[in-house]
Design a protein around this ligand. Structure first.
Ligand code: ATP
Ligand code: MG
Length: 253
């Protein structure tokens, strides 16, 4: 059974005269890692906002684990493109949010889960710090830990590393693949960085037209676990250039 399935889903923003998503169907398998690429403004974040229930499709059905999302609660973890952590809450209080939303955890249980999650992302000792006291990469890891604390198998990560410098970004990519291999989650990850998409994905889901009617699934010919050396292989370089070509054609059209 698919982890996530879009079944002829359409969406139109209020005030717009046409659909941005038009009869989109696609599905992803449990435990897979897909990056979604596409030009700015094509509707990638809209796909995530519908998946997590922030936006209601005009028509069609979205299923997670085979069941329509309207029948479910707490079925996906979402890391939005911006405004990752609340600045007025400490790191620990930020991580407590999903636990507060799910409910039923004592203070002591929350604290234990939060400390474990922080240790898992290499942020032990940061619980009582404010987000502003962390570096960009540390903030991203804290936000990821908060997403993991939702306990959901499906994680939606919207350009999580785009604001990071190159070296931090590539170490975060390696770190994320390690987390994915360890926790066996299903990850959808939006990025503008084609190399990042190739390094992370089992197959890349490319937006090739607007309105979005389909996602082109492009398999990545490298096995996991991966190291960055695979990016220098001729087949991977050719794939990167193909995908850049796909995006550039879209910018021109
Ligand atoms: N609340 C809104 N009301 C009307 N139009 C919107 C709204 N939010 C987004 N849009 C429009 O819908 C389109 C898709 O937005 P979306 O945020 O999904 O794009 P995106 O592919 O994630 O872009 P980017 O790569 O820049 O993040 C854009 O053209 C945007 O202007
Ligand atoms: Mg976006």
């Amino acid at each position: 059974m698919s982890q996530l399935e879009f079944d002829r889903v359409s969406y139109q923003y209020p005030g717009e005269d046409s659909d941005i998503i038009d009869g989109l169907s696609f599905s992803v398998e449990p435990g897979s890692f897909h990056c979604i690429i596409g030009v700015s403004g094509c509707g990638k974040s809209t796909i995530f906002r519908m998946t997590n229930g922030l936006l209601q499709p005009k028509s069609g059905v979205i299923r997670v684990g085979g069941r329509p999302i309207g029948e479910q609660k707490h079925y996906c973890g979402y890391m939005p493109q911006k405004d990752l952590l609340f600045p007025w809450r400490t790191v620990g209080e930020n991580l407590a949010l999903p636990l507060e939303i799910i409910g039923g955890y004592s203070r002591a249980q929350q604290r234990e889960l939060i400390d474990d999650a922080l240790a898992d992302v290499g942020l032990e000792g940061c619980r009582d710090k404010r987000p502003e006291e962390l570096s960009g990469g540390m903030r991203q890891r804290a936000a990821f830990a908060r997403t993991m604390l939702t306990g959901c198998d499906l994680l939606l990560l919207d350009e999580p590393f785009s604001a990071l410098d190159f070296l931090t970004r590539i170490s975060m990519q390696e770190w994320l693949l390690g987390q994915w291999e360890k926790h066996k989650k299903t990850i959808l990850f939006i990025t503008h960085d084609v190399e990042e998409a190739i390094f992370l994905s089992g197959s890349v889901l490319a937006v090739t037209e607007t309105p979005i009617r389909a996602l082109a699934e492009v398999p990545v010919p490298a096995a996991y676990p991966r190291t960055r050396e695979c990016l220098a292989r001729p087949d991977m370089v050719a794939l990167r250039e193909d995908l850049i070509g796909v995006l550039r054609r879209q910018v021109r059209s």
